[in-house]
Design a protein around this ligand. Structure first.
Ligand SMILES: [Zn+2]
Length: 133
């Protein structure tokens, strides 16, 4: 076995640089074992090509990503639904707080108007009381 015989698979996969590939091709013309190995590698590659596979097997392989798609996507879809739900809950709580705040503002305005009226009537009473004494 020649030192160059080790390059057969690298040559087959196109991993040799141009100089080494040319050198291996020269070796190939004089080495029956490398020709045999190269022929075997080509046979294996041809056997593994999808076009060589039975049509049903190809269909099964092509159909598989559809199942994989849902398996991969159910978590992001669920998280998106949860996010939408949380936004809705947050929005509902913010808008109900805003309603409460509006009620409080109305109540404070009512109470302070009443207090003003009471204070004014008390001030008037006090003025009358001070005039008397
Ligand atoms: Zn060889």
């Amino acid at each position: 076995m020649n030192e160059q015989c080790k390059d057969v698979s690298l040559y087959f996969y196109g991993e040799l640089d141009a100089q080494r590939a040319a050198s291996f091709e020269k070796h190939l013309s004089s080495c029956p074992q490398c020709r045999k190995d190269l022929a075997f590698l080509r046979q294996v590659q041809t056997a593994l090509l999808p076009s060589a596979a039975p049509e049903k097997a190809v269909e099964r392989v092509l159909r598989r990503p559809a199942v994989g798609w849902w398996r991969q996507m159910w978590k992001p879809v669920l998280s998106a639904c949860c996010a939408v739900f949380l936004v809705c809950v947050f929005w509902a709580s913010v808008s109900s707080q805003r309603g409460l705040t509006d009620e409080r503002v109305e109540w404070v305005a009512y109470v302070s108007a009443e207090a003003d009226a009471e204070f004014n009537s008390f001030a008037a009473d006090l003025a009358v009381f001070e005039e008397e004494f």
